[in-house]
Design a protein around this ligand. Structure first.
Ligand code: PMP
Length: 393
């Protein structure tokens, strides 16, 4: 069948290629220890499942309102005000099929052909394809580890052109695990204002900050009207499979998304919305508890990484990823990740899957039990030791 030219040459990303290899190894009866996927190992809390099942029994089995159920949109507002001081109205909330689809819808609604979006490298892999897929041009800005993987004002200015329309922000960051300090957020805000740019702020890991604190970009003075905040319950509430995300944005964007949904999805799964509404209103203590578990795992894994020859890891600040440098091993990111998978049975994602700045790094998701993580560290330690032994003197 002849495929659309705009997707000609589209191939799976470096991250998806690893996921595919894991599937193959698993179906061949040889599953690796999987530290590659950004999905909590915890299942959804049973009372959330009961809330969704109860709603089904009560008859919530029909099409939902296009932007989402009013009680869920209110729960989203209450959650962000309670945790991050953001004041939003339900008319400024749109419920989406996960945070991933929220970003796609926003680029679809905001970008004109050739519009440029500044993306800080390393970035969550799908974003460049999403921008390109909606006629835009991703403009990567190479960032540095010591600068929390964010550009300086001079670097922002150097990357901007008259075609720049927006900035993509992601803090706590995937893959870096870095949390942007408020001062750096304020510099970005001043730049967005100066150039009249929109800011898509992906804050899906807001509940997982171990060092410093989360700054909600839309809550910075003057930023709400130019910001689209993206989040969801996948990570915070261990609900990846429910495919439930949302965005908070100016009401005219929400209105356009509702129109667009009449020829796209016609709303998001009613039962998932009911589960998410209950989750956002009732689970703060559980979210905090799990966040502490992720923090402890990351600390333990980082301690192990730092003893390995050729590996160096900055401290974890947020999300559930570590992004150690493996430069000292002499291997590229791809060589390291693929050899670690094939020779040691441990799956991680090569850093270059997140843009060229990620070369020399790997991403480790601490989304497995402590026991599995430590078993994976044992294997990785032997692997790096054998690399060091075979390195030319
Ligand atoms: N943004 C970031 C930075 C992510 O890491 C992810 C998931 N890996 C998402 C968005 C999408 O999450 P979901 O679609 O499950 O809500």
């Amino acid at each position: 069948m002849e495929l659309a030219k705009r997707y000609g040459g589209q191939t799976p990303s470096g991250m998806v290629r690893i996921f595919q290899a894991i599937e193959e190894m698993t179906s061949a009866g040889n599953p690796p220890l999987n530290l590659s996927i950004g999905e909590p190992d915890f299942v959804t809390e049973p009372d959330i499942v009961d809330a969704a099942a109860g709603a089904a029994k009560e008859g919530f089995t029909h099409y939902p309102p296009l932007p989402g159920f009013p009680d869920l949109r209110e729960a989203v507002c209450a959650y962000w005000e309670r945790h991050h001081g953001l004041k939003a109205r339900p008319e400024e909330v749109y419920i989406s099929v996960g945070g991933l689809h929220a970003a796609w819808l926003v680029f679809q609604a905001l970008l004109n052909p050739g519009d440029e979006v500044l993306v800080f490298e390393p970035y969550f892999t799908p974003y460049a394809d999403q921008i390109r897929g909606n006629g835009g041009v991703p403009v990567p800005i190479r960032t540095r580890e010591e600068n929390a993987f964010a550009p300086t004002p001079d670097e922002l200015r150097a990357a901007a052109t008259p075609r720049t329309r927006g900035i993509l922000l992601n803090s706590p960051g995937n893959p870096s695990g870095r949390v942007l300090p408020r001062r750096q957020m304020e510099e970005i805000a001043a730049f967005a204002e100066e150039r009249d740019l929109f800011v898509l702020s992906d804050e899906i890991y807001e509940s997982m900050v171990f060092n410093g604190c989360h700054t909600c970009f839309a809550a910075l003075p003057g930023m709400k009207e130019r910001t689209v905040l993206i989040s969801g319950v996948s990570k915070s509430h261990c609900m990846t499979g429910w495919r439930l995300g949302y965005l908070i944005a100016p009401a005219n964007l929400i209105q356009l998304l509702c129109v667009n949904s009449t020829f796209q999805t016609y709303g998001v799964n009613t039962l998932a919305q009911k589960g998410a509404c209950y989750a956002l209103n009732t689970q703060d203590a559980k979210v905090q508890e799990r966040s502490a578990v992720f923090a402890a795992r990351m600390k333990a894994v980082r301690e192990r990484l730092d003893t390995m020859t050729g590996v160096e890891c900055h401290p974890a600040e947020g999300a559930f990823y570590l992004f150690p440098s493996i430069r000292g091993t002499g291997l590229s990111s791809e060589e390291f990740a693929w050899r670690l998978l094939r020779e040691a049975g441990v799956a991680v994602v090569p850093g270059n899957a997140f843009g060229s700045t990620g070369e020399g790094y790997i991403r480790i998701a601490c989304t497995q039990s402590q026991e599995t993580l430590m078993a994976a560290m044992d294997k990785m330690e032997s692997f790096t030791r054998s690399l060091a032994q075979n390195m030319p003197a």
